[in-house]
Write a protein that binds this ligand. Structure first.
Ligand SMILES: N[C@@H](CCC(=O)N[C@@H](CS)C(=O)NCC(=O)O)C(=O)O
Length: 201
C-alpha cells in the first residue's frame, strides 16, 4: 500500500498536494477526479471524506486526511518547506490561514465560474474581484521586501498561494499592476518545475 491522493488536476487546492509530494519525493498514487462536481458526493467517496471534497490523502494504514493545507503540512513535516524557527513557522501559518479565508474564495471562484461552470463575466460579482485585488496588493507589499512570502526561502505558504494566483487570469484578473507578485509567480513555478501558466494561456 502506498499513500493515495484523490484530486483533480484542474484544482489549485489539489495541485498543492501533488506539488509538495513531488518536491519531497513522497511515494504516492494520484487518483484523478476529472469531474469534481458530483463525483465527490458518492457514498464511497463520502466514506473517505464526509465533506465530499478533494483533495483527500489516504495513508497506507487507511487513515484519511482532508483539507489541502492540512495535507501539505503533514507531508512536509520536518522538511525544508517549513521554517524551523517558531516565528517563521507562525508567519507561514499566517499566510496559510489567510489563503483559505481571504484569498482562495475570491481568486479561485471567478476562475471556476468561467472555466468549469459555463458562466460568464457578467455573472461575477465585481466586489469579489475587488477583494481579490486587495489580496494581490497584500502579497505585493510583502514580495517587494522578500523573494518569498516568509523571507528568503520557499515554504508551504508560497506553494499554497501560488496555486490559484498563477492562474488568476483565467478568472479575469489582470495582474499587470503587481511586478513583485509576477516575479514571485515565475520564481515559485521554477522551484516547482512548472511551465509558466500565463504563457500557456
Ligand atoms: N478548503 C478545502 C477546499 C476543497 C474544495 O473546495 N474542493 C473542491 C475542488 S477545489 C471540491 O472538491 N468540490 C467538489 C464539491 O464540493 O462537491 C481544501 O483546501 O482542501
Amino acid at each position: 500500500m502506498t499513500l493515495k491522493i484523490y484530486g483533480s488536476s484542474g484544482s489549485g487546492n489539489c495541485l498543492k498536494t501533488k506539488w509538495v509530494a513531488g518536491l519531497l519525493g513522497v511515494d504516492h498514487e494520484w487518483i484523478e477526479f476529472p469531474k469534481v462536481r458530483g463525483g465527490t458526493r458518492t457514498p464511497e467517496f463520502l466514506a473517505i471524506n464526509p465533506v465530499g471534497q478533494v483533495p483527500v490523502a489516504v495513508f497506507p494504514d487507511g487513515r484519511p486526511l482532508a483539507q489541502s493545507n492540512a495535507i501539505i503540512l503533514h507531508l512536509a513535516e520536518g522538511s525544508h518547506l517549513i521554517p524551523q524557527d517558531s516565528y517563521g513557522r507562525a508567519r507561514m501559518f499566517e499566510w496559510l490561514f489567510w489563503e483559505q479565508y481571504s484569498h482562495e474564495p475570491n481568486v479561485s471562484v471567478p476562475r471556476a465560474m468561467l472555466k468549469f461552470r459555463g458562466q460568464t463575466l457578467a455573472d461575477i460579482d465585481p466586489a469579489m474581484i475587488e477583494r481579490g485585488h486587495v489580496c494581490f496588493t497584500r502579497m505585493e507589499l510583502q514580495l517587494k521586501q522578500t523573494p518569498y512570502l516568509v523571507g528568503s526561502a520557499l515554504t508551504l505558504a508560497d506553494i499554497a498561494l501560488v496555486a490559484y494566483t498563477r492562474v488568476a487570469h483565467e478568472g479575469s484578473y489582470d495582474l499587470s499592476a503587481y511586478p513583485a507578485l509576477n516575479a514571485w509567480i515565475a520564481r515559485v513555478e521554477g522551484d516547482l518545475g512548472l511551465p509558466s501558466a500565463r504563457e500557456a494561456a
